[in-house]
Structures are given as C-alpha cells and as structure tokens.
Ligand binder design. Sequence first.
Ligand SMILES: Nc1ncnc2c1ncn2[C@@H]1O[C@H](COP(=O)(O)OP(=O)(O)O)[C@@H](O)[C@H]1O
Ligand SMILES: CC(=O)N[C@@H](CCC(=O)OP(=O)(O)O)C(=O)O
Length: 298
Amino acid sequence: MSEQTPDSAETQARLLSEALPYMQAYENKNVVVKYGGHAMGDTSLGQAFARDIALLKQSGVNPVVVHGGGPQIGRMLTQMGIESRFEGGLRVTDAETVRIVEMVLAGSINKEIVAMINAEGEWAIGLCGKDGNLVFAEKATKTVIDPDSHIERVLDLGFVGEPVEVDRTLLDLLARSEMIPVIAPVAPGRDGATYNINADTFAGAIAGALQASRLLFLTDVPGVLDAEKQLIKELSVSEAKSLIRRGVISGGMIPKVETCIEALERGVEGVVILNGKTRHSVLLELLTEHGAGTLIVP
Ligand SMILES: Nc1ncnc2c1ncn2[C@@H]1O[C@H](COP(=O)(O)OP(=O)(O)O)[C@@H](O)[C@H]1O
Ligand SMILES: CC(=O)N[C@@H](CCC(=O)OP(=O)(O)O)C(=O)O
C-alpha cells in the first residue's frame, strides 16, 4: 500500500475480511498503541491511524493510545526562542519548558488525535496522567558515564519524571463504556509538580498496569534493524541486549527497546516496534499473519 493513496472502499473491505479471524484473538483485550511524534505524518496518514484505532474498537478490542510529540514540542520551543537540550535521550525540562510541553502534548496534539478518532464515529477521551489520578510520577534519576573520565555523573533533568504509580480504574471504566483513552505523557508528582515523561516509558507503564495483550510502538523506521539495516522480524531479549552493547541499536531506539524488555517483564504478552508511516500499520501488525515490524520476545 502506498503512503499517500487514500483508502478505497475495496481496500477497506479486503482489510476487514482478512482481519476477522485475528480480531477474535484480541476481543476484550487491552492493546496499547504508542503513537510517536515522528510517526505523525500528514492529515491523511493521521486519518488512517485514527481509522485503525476506531476499527479495533468496533471489533471488540480495547485500544489505548499513548502519544508522543517530541518534534512538535521542539518546533514550539524554537518559535518561543527556547533551545531544546537532550541528555540520554530525555529533554532537559525547566519550569517554563514543562508548561510548553504540557500545552503541546496534553493540549494541542492530544485533542487533534481525539478529534480524528471521533471523526471515525468513535468516542475518544483525551487524558494525561493528571486526569482521574491516572499516573503519578517522581523526578527522574538518571546517571551517565563520562566517556573520557569514566566517572559516573548524576544528571539533573529538571521536571523530567518517571511513572511510579498507575491507577487503571479510569481506563477500565472507559473500556466498559466503549470509550477510547488517548493519553499524553505528562503527570503530576506527589510533590505537586508537573512532570514531562518520555512517551515510550509512559506507554510501557500503562501497558504494564493493564497487563496488555499487545504494546505497539509506532515510529519512523520499519522496526529494529540489524547491522546491515535489514528488518529483524523477531528479537529475543538477550539478542536485543547484545545489539545495544554492540552499538547496532543506538539513539532513541535504546529507550524504546529497554521499555519493551521491561514491559515483557511486567507481564505484557507481546511488544512490537513498527513503522507508523506505513498506512494501516496497526491493522497490518495485529490482524495479518506476518505482522509488520519487530516482535520482541522473552
Ligand atoms: N538498530 C536500529 N534500528 C532501527 N532504528 C534505530 C536503530 N538504532 C537507532 N535507531 C534510530 O532510532 C530512531 C527511532 O527512535 P526515536 O527517534 O526516539 O523514535 P520516536 O520519536 O518514534 O519515539 C530511528 O529513527 C533510528 O534513527
Ligand atoms: C522527557 C522527555 O524527553 N519527554 C518527551 C515527551 C514526548 C515524547 O517522548 O515524544 P516522542 O515519542 O515523539 O519522542 C519530550 O519532551 O520530547
């Protein structure tokens, strides 16, 4: 399927008929979809994503969307004359930045996704960790090893948080009421502060709390690539750790794969990294024989 071509009625009908046997396997199961900022393309691609989520719901699956928006936050900060700075893949977030992060994630992007899903005839509800006491965070404690001196350094990332408590009550209520939660990775601390949380980490915590059947990470590459840049269809935890050690997995893919490993340890049944820029990648992954990206297995 081309990235640009809108769906014809035949395409939709074919997808549906091929998908039916797989839909039954996920009936009433929680499927968490992390929609990364790099996976968000043009309006047509966004609509195709929203259609997939709506179709899952209509098929009896409980989709939960956790979204990012790193590039969009970066653009807003640039417009406001604030420079983005990352340490270990995490945005250094001061008091002013966290207000902008919340505005872009929980305000702008969250409502765009909600509106697109609702335009497909569903009831999506936009949330962040603050709503319904869904998630509480603590200030993130990250350390890095200085490459020159090899001395461990504690990073102060400001208002960057790690999810420490997830209360699934509201999510269960929404699932029973046929509503689709769309969640921004911003959460309060017990200290009263607002924290900016990496969206992959946030999605892993939500999927763990829900004991999700599947956790899908939609990004801008086909999945985890090997040293020859070929897609790895299935990757074990020990192979993944070896690829990180060897530097084949690097940059933003490291926290993603580490979150996948943690999610499996927390009882999530299956974790997949796939290309959100391929139209209908969510349906292709869940509802076709061969899937679409890299399946991480224990
Ligand atoms: N082995 C690898 N396979 C695939 N992507 C990799 C690998 N190592 C590093 N990457 C990089 O990781 C990026 C995905 O991470 P990131 O940019 O954080 O995604 P997102 O914004 O979707 O969360 C890819 O675009 C790619 O540049
Ligand atoms: C602490 C931290 O880095 N938070 C991220 C939250 C958004 C995010 O993770 O979005 P993507 O999934 O699109 O990368 C940020 O400020 O960019």
